[in-house]
Design a protein around this ligand. Sequence first.
Ligand code: MCN
Length: 798
Amino acid sequence: MTVTEDAPAPAGEPAREVGRARRRKEDQRLITGRTRWTDNIQLPGMLHLSMVRSPFAHARITSIETAEARKADGVVAVLTGQDLAETQGSLPCAWPITEDQKAPPHPAVAVDRVAFSGEVVAVVIARSAAAARDAAELVDVEYDELPAALELRAAADDVMLAHPDLGTNRSATWTFDSAEAGTGENVEDAIRDAEVLIEREYRQQRLIPSFMEPRSTVVDPTGEQVVMWSATQVPHILRVMLAMTLGVSESKVRVIAPDVGGGFGGKLQVTPEEIITFLAARHTGKPCKWTETRSESMLAAHHGRDQWQKLTLAARADGTVTGLKVELLADMGAYLGLVTPGVPILGAFMFNAIYKFPSYHFTCTNVFTNKTWTDAYRGAGRPEATYAIERLMDELAAEVGLDPMEVREKNWITHGEFPFTTVAGLEYDSGNYEAATARAKELFGYDELRREQAQRRAAGDRVQLGIGISTFTEMCGLAPSRVLGSLNYGAGGWEHAAVRMLPTGKVEVITGSSAHGQGHETAWSQLVADRLGIPFEDVEVLHGDTQISHKGMDTYGSRSLVVGGQAVLGAAQKVIEKAKPLAAHVLEANVDDLEFAGGAFQVRGTDTSIGLGDLALAAFAAHDLPDGMEASLDADATFDPANFSFPHGTHLCAVEVDTETGQTTIRKYVSVDDVGTIVNPQIVEGQIHGGIVQGIAQALWEEAVYDENGTLVSGSFVDYTLPTTADTISFTTDQTVSPATSNDIGAKGVGEAGCIASTPAVVNAVVDAVRPFGVSDIVMPCTPERVWKAIQAGTAGG
Ligand code: MCN
């Protein structure tokens, strides 16, 4: 690891745990199966659900015959959309991007029309999961098929209507213009005066989040409160949304996210199935469980990406960029999910990436089609933007005859220029692109590989070498509330935490962040151990239950450490402040003479001291408390940062492309990421590794494909190429450290970074390998067939 700036030590304590590659506390129970996933929950008298789903992309429901299913063994009830029409409400969208955004009602169970293949049309409730599944086969639904809007650009032109009642497929258009915003010049002037103009169209294919644990929900309506267990990223948001959608009091709903096996944005949702399970439990008065099959998950859990990008980059002949114009179409699918419309807007701030563009214009139109609805998927908006700009920088380099690295260096914000306000209006607080890039080039052997590439080109080798660069940044740490509010996002960006000293001297941390694979229990323990000066092992982290952690904004947008972790630190600091008068009282000393270090208050200049554990016991016993002091050492805190966090890095990829088969093989991958101060290097490494693989998968393998009828044909892992370790190579990773200024830790988010960075690095490498054949673009995923065809077309002058 290369540290380019000193990280600030947490106030009052020398860093001890922060920075240690601790093995994750939670892994023991996760990998030995000694935990409880939602599907493991068994309740007395529990019923099971099976969904009947539409096979058609767009159709009127003319009749639903449920008599046979009702008669089947073990069946308790069959509910259709008509049965639930009065109670089910409309699924929530928390991010209307414009005042006049158009959206159809979004019923959990379709009432008279289906708008995508996989939409629920009825639910069977039975005494066993097998009985429910069998009876679902007996539900006889008659459809009258309607023309479907499937292709994004045709849908944007309203060739077919996804929702005839809306009269258009265009949901909303959102624009940012640097001249209007006062953050830059007019892009049209830059385009008019450009010496070099790069115009490209890129497609972000549709992706399936593919979390490891399929979604599952259990609802128990038998107590005072309705209790919902769900494999969700957002238990707190889910509780509020259930209350709003179903018109129930929040205090009557408890949501528990037990251990959750991954989400990648795919469980940042209020799903139809959660609403249906809730309604089924209310209808029967019995606990109900729904667990999806993998095929259901691929078909009906929200998808990601799916954008069409039209880009115009204006530059001078020396490679200096003068402006960027972005016109997007974003495929919403059939409905708006929780944050669907806002996903492309998150990208709007990232197209200028690490560069000092003088002018910028962004327009995005959100379009309905008759496909599964899209929403957040790891990176949400930022991978799309990063892909486009990093591809364009390579195209510019090719056009002006410079090394792609040189073009980046010419345009990037230099270390001395931070803090820097970008043309999109964000203030990047810290970063060092030079340091990360220098380190990456060194680890990669950039110059050597370029030499080898030149030799192979000169020799006309069948296997050509390509080198891809991605010098990326992203805005994450989603907060600040004020900024989210200005973008019309319906919720805040703060996070809550509580720290409780227990009488035994152990500590309980309650956090509103809801981990689903990120290792918060370990990282939060490290933070608290340092701040309170207590052993790491003495900290217990509780999360994911709205009854225990009653406030929270949950986990997405790589926000948990920089927002939630900081809230934890704030609460711990309050505990120290609360303990101080008690320490003075017990030690019969003046408060001002006390200093806190190593978990104890010491009277300055003496060896008289008392530890936090003893103070916790004294507070608990409460035999001799100073007047006005509470009988507990605990505190709550919320944190809402003043800015996003801006991790960055340089990812370099070398690929070998067999020009006769189009087969791409990754030969070397180096990443140097700057995520500010690192709390746990091992967790960070894991996040980067997982992210890189996901990004490579978009570049080379993954794609959700629909046929001309709107049927998902890549609906299983046989057809949808999710990579395994056997498909990847060993990556070389390293870090630079430019501490963030928006939290005391100095940390920046890492949860999405690898995924944002790697896709353009790989595609740039593939295109670089075959550029001598006249190829300047290959549509993702760059399958052997596509690469081969591009070479043939390029060689033929296409
Ligand atoms: N961390 C650290 N030092 C830093 C930054 C982070 O030690 N400078 C640690 C944190 O303490 C935390 C982990 O890295 O343990 C990730 O932190 P952060 O970047 O704050 O991201 P979140 O915890 O908010 O996680 C969300 C993020 C997102 S948006 C997606 S998508 C994603 C991701 O996390 N989905 C994941 N990583 C995932 N990892 C797993 N295993 N499963 C998913 O579904």
